[in-house]
Design a protein around this ligand. Structure first.
Ligand SMILES: NC(=O)c1ccc[n+]([C@@H]2O[C@H](COP(=O)([O-])OP(=O)(O)OC[C@H]3O[C@@H](n4cnc5c(N)ncnc54)[C@H](O)[C@@H]3O)[C@@H](O)[C@H]2O)c1
Length: 313
């Protein structure tokens, strides 16, 4: 198949590119390199079925393709808040451009949506029928509302133009090729632990998160894309094992044999207290559930970060 991946040289996109290239698909990896980089896909450049294209999804792109994975969007607060107007444009104009391409080519299109569409949820764990609790004017809104609007566009193109859509709501995912300095909790803690710096917890550390290892996540996305039943979703994809942020910090300190101490700082605005997917739908529709336990995934991630020449926290 001919497959387009937007945001293909980012953290998730590079793992997805790798899987699809190795399966023999003609893969176009499209990226403006805002948070992604060439190094993430360097090892794929010699494959004849891999093509790397510099392009911004806020502008139309034309190619004959059978599948589109729409991943382009900065995912960490540090990056999506650096230029919030561009973040909303990337989600909304990017969705319009890629849906237009799907409509024209008849391609099936998957949207990398997010658990952030649930905001600070009153329902726990979050099921797909929960509408969410998002602050539309807060500093996270450029990302949360951008992704919500993208979901709306996906469902309207589906209803209005019969575009075959797949909306995946991705929960916290971690693993090799996360950026060391992007403020995401797992990479932050690993970098701090490896550098022997204090590990910074925002709030009292009792807020919980569930962490999915990247290989599990990618398997879930591909299964959803290739699901024979024409089921648009949304489907939650994530790991339901819940840990407090404090437990995460303690595991990382132990696995890195670090002497780092934990320090506590004020919680940022609109930071959700709990986040855990209900993955019943993914289990029944896709026969999918995560296989890699936190400790195993953290060990692989620590190995990646410890090989980086210089890591900055
Ligand atoms: N990693 C997670 O835990 C997580 C959770 C929920 C949702 N997601 C979603 O998955 C997708 C990938 O996330 P990630 O963790 O790999 O983040 P990432 O920042 O590593 O990857 C995003 C990629 O999109 C590219 N990009 C950004 N704006 C673009 C634009 N205008 N045009 C073209 N390319 C652009 C970046 O350069 C980068 O390569 C995102 O859409 C994100 O919202 C990720």
């Amino acid at each position: 198949m001919r497959i387009l991946i937007t945001g293909g040289s980012g953290f998730l996109g590079s793992h997805l590119s790798e899987k699809l290239v190795k399966e023999g698909h003609d893969t176009i990896c499209l990226d403006n390199f805002y948070t992604g980089n060439r190094q993430n896909v360097q090892h794929l450049l010699d494959y004849p079925n891999f093509e790397l294209v510099r392009h911004d999804v806020t502008f139309p792109y034309y190619a004959e393709v059978d599948r589109i994975y729409n991943l382009a969007c900065p995912a960490s607060p540090v990056h999506y808040q650096a230029n919030p107007v561009q973040t909303t444009k990337t989600s909304v104009h990017g969705a319009i451009n890629m849906l237009g391409l799907a409509k024209r080519t008849g391609a099936r299109i998957l949207q990398a949506s997010t658990s952030e569409v649930y905001g600070d949820p009153e329902v726990h764990p979050q099921t797909e029928d929960y509408w969410g609790r998002v602050n539309p004017i807060g500093i996270r809104a450029c990302y949360d509302e951008g992704k919500r609007c993208a979901e709306t566009l996906f469902f309207d193109y589906h209803r209005q133009n019969n575009v075959e859509i797949r909306v995946a709501r991705i929960f916290n995912t971690y693993g090799p090729r996360m950026q060391p300095n992007d403020g995401r909790v797992v990479s932050n803690f690993i970098v701090q632990a490896l550098n022997g710096q204090n590990i910074t917890i925002y709030g009292d550390g009792n807020q919980t998160r569930s962490f999915c290892f990247v290989d599990d996540l990618i398997e879930g996305l591909v299964r959803f894309m290739e699901l024979e039943e024409n089921f648009p979703g949304p489907i939650n994809i994530g790991n339901p094992c819940e840990f407090t942020i404090l437990e995460l910090a303690e595991s990382i300190i132990r696995l890195t044999n670090s002497k780092s101490k934990v320090v506590f700082k004020a919680l940022p605005q609109d930071d959700p207290m709990q986040r855990k997917p209900d993955i019943g739908l993914a289990q029944s529709k896709l026969g999918w559930e995560p296989k890699i336990q936190l400790e195993e995934g953290l060990t692989k991630s620590i190995e990646f970060f410890s090989k980086l020449d210089k890591i900055s926290g």
